[in-house]
Design a protein around this ligand. Structure first.
Ligand SMILES: *Cc1c(COP(=O)(O)O)cnc(C)c1O
Length: 218
């Protein structure tokens, strides 16, 4: 089942696009099923759950943290992740830098860009992202890898596409403006319902949970 789901998604991904299997709320057994089918990159969004699962799973898994990260939970997450996709405040970035200095670990991050109309949605505004990149050299323990975005929560795929096109355009603008940041090349957009659209909009990372593991068991 999980194996078949993975295969049908991977068949639709162009080469060079990374599939993050989002395993939040799914048991270790399900993760192992995906692992045994060859999947190595997984995404989790809750520090407590993540901390419990990590020691039960193979050490060659590349973990992406994709959820809201409170700064008092950094030590539960940062030692084990290959990327934090969900940097949504300057404060969080500063704390990742501090933790990295104290622990001699450089963390790859994506800046989560605010998309959609709802005021509650998390993410950095375009001006904040620009501001950060202008002083990216002052961060020694953070490697800026690109942007992450969550489309508006709607069934209207024309709105989703417009959100993805906005972040795609902004990514292109930043790459143009900062050609010296060669590592800044990742665009993480697209989930179970909209990853095919995300691919058309230049996604290099898609984050898929339900379409691999089925509905989450809350
Ligand atoms: C849960 C989650 C996903 C996966 O969502 P699905 O609809 O189950 O594919 C992707 N990205 C983030 C940030 C998530 O929290």
């Amino acid at each position: 089942m999980i194996k078949d789901n993975l295969k049908s998604i991977l068949d639709r991904l162009p080469s060079g696009v990374t599939l993050v299997a989002v395993s939040k709320f799914h048991p270790v057994d399900s993760i192992m099923e995906a692992y045994n089918a060859g999947q190595r990159t997984f995404g989790e969004s809750r520090p407590q759950e993540f901390e419990k699962k990590v020691p039960q799973l193979p050490s060659d898994i590349r973990w992406h943290f994709i959820g809201h990260l409170q700064t008092n939970k950094l030590k539960m997450v940062l030692p084990y992740v290959s990327m934090v996709e969900s940097v949504d405040t300057v404060h969080l970035l500063d704390e990742i830098e501090k933790w990295g200095r104290a622990n001699s670990k450089v963390t790859d991050v994506l800046l989560e860009m605010h998309l959609g109309a709802e005021d509650t949605k998390q993410g950095l505004y375009e001006e904040e992202i620009l501001d950060l990149l202008f002083r990216a050299d002052s961060y020694k323990y953070v490697r800026f890898r690109g942007l992450m975005g969550m489309a508006s929560h709607t069934d209207d795929m024309s709105i989703v596409r417009a959100d993805f096109e906005r972040i795609e355009d902004y990514m292109a603008y930043l790459k143009d403006l900062f050609p010296e940041y060669e590592d800044f090349d990742q665009l993480s957009i697209g989930m179970s319902d909209d990853y095919p659209i995300a691919i058309e909009c230049g996604a290099t990372i898609v984050r898929v949970g339900t379409a691999i593991f089925g509905p989450r068991q809350y």
